[in-house]
Design a protein. Structure first.
Length: 104
């Protein structure tokens, strides 16, 4: 894992801008939770301060302080939900699992 000193000034400036935009977007959502109606579950949201918006770019959401691009699929980076099992469905070593419907 790299250290903070391993990144360039440009990278640090980009990270600072992205964090600033993220916090501005979050503040807007706290002020108006209906903004989240435009964001599907599991989506990636990339917020940009309005002053830094690119005119040639299309944005999905505009809040009082930011514009945002919403990627519904999470760009394929979203991990599948972890399967939770209850103790009654956890297989026991050496035990043949049977369906409730097939029991005698």
């Amino acid at each position: 894992m790299g250290q903070l000193s391993d990144i360039s000034r440009e990278q640090q400036a980009r990270i600072d801008r992205e964090l600033d935009a993220f916090f501005a977007f979050t503040e807007d959502v706290f002020a108006d939770p209906s903004i989240l109606d435009q964001v599907p579950d599991g989506a990636d949201v990339q917020a940009v301060r309005i002053a830094e918006r690119k005119p040639e770019r299309q944005y999905d959401i505009e809040t009082p302080n930011t514009v945002a691009i919403v990627t519904p699929t999470g760009r394929g980076r979203q991990k599948p939900a972890r399967q939770m099992t209850s103790p009654s469905t956890t297989p026991v070593k050496g035990h043949k699992r049977t369906s409730r419907h097939n029991r005698p």
